[in-house]
Design a protein around this ligand. Structure first.
Ligand SMILES: *Cc1c(COP(=O)(O)O)cnc(C)c1O
Length: 389
């Protein structure tokens, strides 16, 4: 009956399945790449002050241009170089690591923000990919990209990864040149955790046609990758997508953004204004702005996550796992004798959630989000218990 009343396009919808959020017991949640730390106390204060001092503002529409937020994001990027875990903090002042310094000043007109980078990505897909031309993406990458391809009816061309799980950049370029439909990848990639160097991305874009759009999703770059923001000085066909959900401890705030040439920012804004002429809500604007004003806090939390990750990497190696070296806040690992599903279930029985994908090709792996040191010690105990069985 229901199929009679739905539109034809409903058939192309294959919604994303997020990491489970069970309510039956208090699990230690290491399955959705959330950050284990709360946002900066400055964020809490800003939100409380805003709601208490200006309750009337909740009754008014928010700033349609999110000007303060965009200025704060640009400033955070200039201070950190776009890679929080390598930035230096000295007496509260944040400076980028020399290799991350952006050779120009990121300006607010280079920023567009939206309701999580998922929404931002959706508008980016709408703006730059076409239903008549295949866009190129890696076979294993963020699993929301194929969802948007279905939603907007855009054909895709999946390029297998190399045998070491890295992106096959040559093959991606070759297919992009043939298809003329653009490229998207996450850098570092998910769920593998491997990143391309900025120079590798630069060579890719240089070899491609200037009319080919490159979309680089930097959701995890703050934990140790190389940001492509510096390449914006050279290329006008590059869009960088970033999020507050991972390194800015803000998954609940639903804030994502792009950094790109202002002309491309305007194009994405046109898409948004054709769907919903208001941006993210007033409270999210306040909380996001406050987060960006306290870069030092997030430099520290990102460093902690990277440290705990490296420790857990060694633990997995010592216990016979195959682990892909990671520049992110998660590890992708498999054991020679225990299947991914079995591992996931065994860990769940111990009160911790990790992620298992049943996708053929990666079904032997589990993806482990890096939590606090204490949470990871609990996870070590659970792993050891399963390994002993
Ligand atoms: C988590 C993630 C996102 C989505 O982030 P939100 O801002 O929470 O929507 C986008 N891309 C990749 C690769 C991610 O892992």
């Amino acid at each position: 009956m229901v199929t009679m009343i739905t539109s034809n396009r409903m058939k192309n919808l294959h919604p994303y399945v997020p990491g489970e959020q069970p309510k039956d017991r208090d699990y230690i949640k290491l399955n959705a790449n959330e950050n284990p730390y709360a946002p900066s106390p400055a964020v809490t204060k800003a939100v409380v002050d805003f709601v208490q001092a200006h309750p009337e503002k909740l009754g008014l529409y928010p700033d349609p241009d999110s000007l303060e937020l965009h200025a704060a994001i640009a400033d955070m990027l200039n201070q950190s170089g776009g890679v929080l875990c390598r930035a230096k903090v000295d007496g509260g002042k944040v400076t980028p690591a020399p290799e991350d310094k952006i050779p120009f000043t990121v300006t607010p007109d280079m920023i567009y923000s939206g309701n999580g980078s998922d929404e931002v990505l959706s508008f980016v897909f709408y703006a730059f990919f076409d239903s008549g031309r295949k866009f190129v993406m890696p076979e294993f990458t963020y699993s929301f990209y194929p969802v948007y391809a279905g939603f907007y009816n855009i054909p895709m061309d999946n390029v297998p990864l190399r045998s070491d799980w890295s992106l096959d950049t040559d093959e991606m370029l070759k297919r992009a040149a043939a298809n003329q439909g653009g490229i998207i990848f996450a850098n570092p990639n998910a769920p593998t955790g491997i990143g391309l160097k900025r120079e590798e991305v630069r060579q890719m874009i240089k070899k491609a046609s200037p009319d080919e759009i490159f979309i680089v999703d930097e959701a995890y770059v703050d934990f140790g990758g190389e940001s492509c923001i510096p390449l914006l000085a050279e290329f006008k066909n590059l869009v960088i997508v970033r999020t507050f959900s991972k390194s800015l401890c803000g998954a609940g705030q639903r804030l994502g953004y792009i950094v790109a040439n202002p002309e491309l920012v305007n194009i994405v804004t046109t898409v948004k204004n054709s769907v919903n002429h208001f941006p993210i809500d007033a409270v999210a604007q306040v909380s996001g702005t406050a987060a960006c004003h306290d870069v030092a806090y997030y430099v520290e939390t990102s460093k902690k996550v990277a440290e705990v990750r490296d420790d857990f990497y060694s633990f997995l190696k010592e216990n016979g796992f195959y682990v892909i070296p990671s520049e992110t806040n998660f590890l992708f690992a498999k054991h020679p004798n225990i299947g991914g599903d079995e591992l996931y279930k065994g860990i769940k029985a111990e009160g911790l959630l990790i992620r298992h994908f049943s996708t053929p090709g990666i079904e032997e792996f589990v993806r482990i989000t890096i939590g606090t040191k204490e949470q990871m010690e609990e996870l070590k105990k659970a792993f050891l218990k399963i390994l002993k069985k």
